[in-house]
Design a protein around this ligand. Structure first.
Ligand code: FCB
Length: 455
């Protein structure tokens, strides 16, 4: 009953409650939408390889075709324009630019693709917001140790230099990395993302290199683009202890330490949190002199990817930080099982603003997956996703009203796409993709976003 009410009674939220120059976008990422994996000289990425591992992807699929966005981008950008977006976040596939991860010469055809995409966005009045790394490391670099190898850091800085030099005349806003927690820990510790490794120490080392590469890329981008605005997109979570007990409250602190502070602290000049460092023991990463200063290179904004809060309990002896995430009963969830909590987004943004004082923040991802069923007229009436979107925008309005410096929102995602280890089973799009025909169809949630943006 309570659930139903929540879905049916939506708060009123209007675009004019936000500043005129508020960025309204959608996000996608290269491997999830582009397809065309062997076109125009693209090299293999760790995700191409990972998808070949038996059992790695729930439905046995891969991003080989995905949404065929590499060829259908004009149509997709038309949709973005029709929605009324003024910003679009996408990622650049590193293996399209340097098929082997590095080299004297960038691949012209790869650069040209993103150049056309950027022009296409600008022609439609949409500001391009590229992310340099959304998890598709060139496979050749993985064969040399990937993110666990410090050389990858220097290769990334060169990649950032090549891309910013080529697009910098038209692109001002740059995101270095998407969700280092995922690339490091899902990929190197939990083994559920590429490259599929399961070693805590390797994950910590990879994580350090990812953060270091962020700091190294910044001067290259600034050198190429005077006035560039640069940030990183972190996956952050508001956390609750599962009880008032001292053990659970300590667990919460540890969980926060690895989930949130491990990234925010070094990025904002405090180094790695000492309490977690101590728990890492012999797995602690090798950090060379100057690394922490590089990681703390000033940025212009922080991107926050917000999906769900977590409730944390003590789990002594379970994993390096001995915490467990509790699945609360009777809470609203998406079909991924992720708890729905618009107010959690406000708590999170408030906390980050208070503790780290970023000059500006953008919600660089937020969205939901549900089983979308077409009605008898073929329409996708995704009431639950619409409700999710409306309520999160109302929460965002409240956050802004509190003085939290949020200046933009990017819905995940423009299109249904390849949802990593979940394959195509999880749909997050405001636009439905019928994969066999590649037909796009605006969902009800997309119609609402358009109505919100265009009035
Ligand atoms: C985020 C990822 C994005 C997408 C959404 C659902 O963690 O950045 O690529 O998979 O989750």
């Amino acid at each position: 009953m309570m659930k139903k009410n929540k879905v049916n009674t939506l708060p009123l939220v209007e675009r004019n409650s936000f500043a005129n120059d508020f960025r309204w976008g959608c996000s996608t990422s290269a491997y999830q939408v582009e397809g065309a994996v062997d076109v125009d000289g693209r090299g293999a990425s760790i995700w191409d390889k990972f998808c070949e591992m038996p059992g790695a992807i729930r439905d046995g699929s891969s991003g080989t075709v995905a949404c065929d966005h590499y060829h259908r981008w004009p149509e997709d950008l038309d949709h973005a324009r029709d929605l009324g977006l003024n910003a679009y976040r996408f990622s650049i596939a590193w293996p399209r630019i340097f098929p082997d991860g590095r080299g004297a010469q960038a691949n012209r055809k790869g650069l040209d693709f993103y150049s056309r995409l950027v022009d296409g966005l600008l022609e439609r009045g949409i500001e391009p917001w590229p992310t340099l790394y959304h998890w598709d490391l060139p496979q050749t670099l993985q064969e040399q140790g990937g993110w666990a190898n410090r050389d990858t850091v220097y290769a990334f800085a060169k990649f950032a230099d090549a891309v910013s030099r080529n697009l910098g005349d038209r692109v001002k806003n740059w995101i270095t990395h998407n969700e280092p927690w995922c690339s490091a820990f899902l990929g190197h510790y939990e083994g559920v993302h590429a490259p599929g490794l399961k070693h805590f120490g390797t994950a910590l080392q990879a994580c350090h290199h990812v953060l270091l590469s962020h700091g190294m890329a910044i001067p290259a981008i600034r050198h190429n683009i005077p006035g560039a605005s640069i940030g990183i997109a972190l996956s952050l979570h508001p956390l609750h202890p599962s009880s008032d007990s001292e053990a659970d409250r300590q667990a919460l602190k540890r969980h926060d330490g690895l989930r949130n502070r491990w990234f925010l602290d070094p990025l904002y000049g405090r180094g790695y949190p000492a309490d977690i460092w101590q728990l890492c023991g012999k797995d602690a990463p090798e950090v060379r002199e100057g690394d922490l200063a590089t990681i703390a290179t000033p940025t212009d904004f922080l991107g926050v990817n917000y999906y769900f809060p977590e409730t944390v309990a003590d789990a002594s002896g379970d994993g390096p930080i001995s915490t467990r995430v509790i699945e609360l009963e009777n809470v609203e969830r998406t079909h991924f099982g992720w708890e729905v909590s618009p107010e959690g987004m406000v708590t999170l943004l408030e906390r980050v603003a208070r503790d780290y004082q970023p000059a500006r923040m953008y919600v660089t991802e937020n969205g939901s997956t549900y089983d979308d069923v077409a009605n008898h007229e073929g329409r996708i009436d995704d009431f639950t996703r619409r409700s999710y979107l409306v309520r999160h925008l109302a929460a965002l309005r409240d956050a802004v009203a509190k003085g939290i410096p949020v200046q933009g929102y990017f819905a995940w995602s423009l299109l249904d796409n390849f949802e990593w280890a979940e394959g195509y089973a999880r749909r997050f799009g405001l636009i439905h993709v019928d994969y066999p025909t590649q037909q796009r169809r605006l969902k009800l949630s997309g119609e609402w976003y358009r109505f919100f943006l265009r009035g």
